[in-house]
Design a protein around this ligand. Structure first.
Ligand code: GUN
Length: 291
């Protein structure tokens, strides 16, 4: 069994990105610049945006976080997005979700210039991705594709089961793995909360991507010997340690890892790959823009 070391691979990719940034700066051009809008005071969002700032800093990108109170109006957010869309100095623009309840996330996402939508949430990018055109792909599926590539995991003709149908992970993941490409060319089944016989479906899978957000959902009896198992879940579960919690994936790691050929750990698997995928998208946005 091989552990898919997202932490190590993401460090390699960050090194590659830093080298590119160094040569951009050496040629007298400004570094890529990621702007993040953070509205309200969701604790997890604060953490994620903090990670994004740190990651940008690490590879030499500029980053700006624009904070708004929970009471921010739709118009204030739309006018800030419009300003960032028009700014030559901003390469990529993300709006951290969830937004305060009175704001329509759909409307806000649709206001982002697709050429700066490095989260890949805008319908233009989703549509391009689905039709196999060059697009910004949302960070988690993009990171997983990159991880599979770097470990040269065989995908052509494989039965793949994606657990979860979210717009950010499950759907784009299923789509990418079914495309005529590498990694891809899989026969994909998407399972969700209404699926019957999940165990029977999973047990025939060569590749399983678990993205349900249910701790330790995927158990060894659901996994075929030699399957590739990708765990997107990350849930804090109370524990008797100094933190008071431990991070648990959607996969029961101890027993599933005994059957899997390749498996991602939690933490240190998909998480760091997701983070680095945003950096890759930002660099792509920078390179696509005429300087
Ligand atoms: N909320 C949870 N995940 C994400 C993400 O990848 N991007 C943004 N903007 N918000 C999120």
């Amino acid at each position: 069994m091989v552990i898919l070391d997202g932490k190590k691979i993401s460090q390699e990719i960050k090194k590659e990105i830093s080298e590119t940034v160094k040569s951009i700066i050496a040629s007298g051009k400004p570094a890529p610049h990621l702007a993040a809008i953070l509205a309200g005071n969701d604790g997890a969002s604060e953490t994620y945006v903090g990670h994004k700032e740190k990651d940008c800093h690490e590879v030499g990108f500029r980053s700006t976080v624009l904070r708004f109170p929970d009471s921010v109006s739709r118009n204030e957010l739309l006018s800030e997005i419009s300003r960032l869309n028009d700014s030559d100095d901003i390469t990529g623009l993300i709006v951290q979700l969830p937004l305060p309840k009175h704001i329509s996330e759909k409307e806000i996402i649709e206001a982002i210039n697709p050429a700066k939508d490095v989260d890949g949430f805008h319908p233009v990018n989703v549509g391009k991705m689905v039709t196999g055109l060059s697009a910004f792909v949302s960070a988690t599926p993009y990171g997983i594709i990159e991880l599979m590539k770097r470990y040269a995991i065989e995908t052509a003709g494989k039965n793949c089961v994606v657990l979860g149908r979210s717009n950010i992970v499950g759907r784009p993941m299923a789509n990418l793995l079914s495309q005529k490409a590498y990694p891809g060319d899989c026969t994909v089944t998407v399972c969700h909360s209404r699926t019957k016989n999940i165990r029977e479906i999973c047990v025939n899978a060569d590749i399983i991507v678990a993205a349900l957000g249910v701790p330790e959902f995927l158990t060894a009896d659901m996994v075929k010997e030699g399957a590739v198992v990708i765990d997107v879940g990350i849930t804090r579960v109370k524990a008797d340690n100094k933190n008071g919690f431990r991070l648990v994936g959607d996969v029961k790691f101890d027993t599933v890892s005994e059957k899997a050929s390749f498996i991602t750990p939690v933490p240190g698997g998909v998480g760091p790959m997701t983070r680095v995928a945003l950096l890759k998208n930002t660099l792509k946005a920078y390179e696509a823009k005429k300087q």
